[in-house]
Design a protein around this ligand. Structure first.
Ligand SMILES: NC(=O)c1ccc[n+]([C@@H]2O[C@H](COP(=O)([O-])OP(=O)(O)OC[C@H]3O[C@@H](n4cnc5c(N)ncnc54)[C@H](OP(=O)(O)O)[C@@H]3O)[C@@H](O)[C@H]2O)c1
Length: 208
């Protein structure tokens, strides 16, 4: 808000989020829309509602983890597997493909990935389903980036680090307040650079 941006943030229907407090305190800058990103028709409806707007940035943040992240990949239920893969890998790509037309040509298309999506860095294992879903997301975004129509675009997969949120849990070393400024700076710096990059919040390259 301090940077004067106008932001359309999304929540799921019925959910009261911190975003509502921001919208209450900055009504001229923050608008809230409802979308469940796993529902393709809701993404299309969102695009239609925003059709007269153009954005400098589209960033897909939504993500999830299975109830018992320590389960091995064969221990997770098929239902959980489907839910996590759809939410973390399929839905963000659908959001990008559905909403890309709202973003200026020089604008940024970004998705919240995770360092745990790095195949190269996975020496420790753990969180097998979550890791797999973010690795799948990274691969889908690489395929998107390889399309001729995407090549001039600034594309980002962000690995924000371990942050104290509902998903990150109470043991995470960093708060949102400590990490958001770095994330915003990295988004702004990436905006001027076409092509896909997988970066941490300090703007450093993460190995695929
Ligand atoms: N925290 C970390 O340490 C960490 C590290 C690396 C990457 N990440 C990634 O960062 C992103 C944000 O996670 P977080 O840590 O802030 O976790 P969080 O507090 O659990 O937030 C996840 C957000 O995603 C939303 N969401 C989930 N499924 C959705 C759906 N189908 N449609 C729309 N929204 C949906 C949730 O909405 P509701 O409020 O309605 O549930 C919630 O706002 C995720 O992609 C996560 O994988 C987090």
């Amino acid at each position: 808000m301090k940077r004067g941006w106008h932001v359309v943030g999304t929540v799921r229907a019925g959910a009261r989020a911190r975003l509502h407090d921001l919208a209450d305190s900055h009504p001229a800058q923050v608008t809230i829309e409802c979308v469940d990103i796993t529902l393709a028709d809701q993404l299309v409806a969102l695009r239609d509602r925003l059709a007269c707007r153009r954005f400098d940035m589209l960033f897909v943040n939504a993500g999830t983890v299975n109830r018992n992240p320590a389960d091995t990949i064969a221990e997770v239920t098929t239902e959980e597997f489907t839910h996590v893969m759809v939410t973390n890998a399929l839905a963000p790509m659908r959001a990008i493909e559905t909403l890309e037309c709202l973003v200026t040509e020089a604008g940024l298309l970004g998705i919240m990935s995770s360092g745990q999506g790095s195949v190269a860095n996975n020496a420790q294992g753990g969180r097998e389903l979550y890791r797999g879903s973010k690795a799948a997301l990274n691969m889908f975004m690489r395929s998107y980036a390889a399309r001729p129509a995407s090549r001039a675009r600034a594309l980002l997969l962000l690995a924000p680090g371990w942050i104290r949120t509902e998903l990150g849990g109470p043991d995470a070393p960093f708060t949102l307040e400590e990490t958001i400024p770095d994330i915003v700076n990295t988004l702004l710096e990436k905006r001027g650079r076409p092509g896909l990059e997988y970066l941490d919040r300090k703007g450093r390259t993460v190995p695929w």
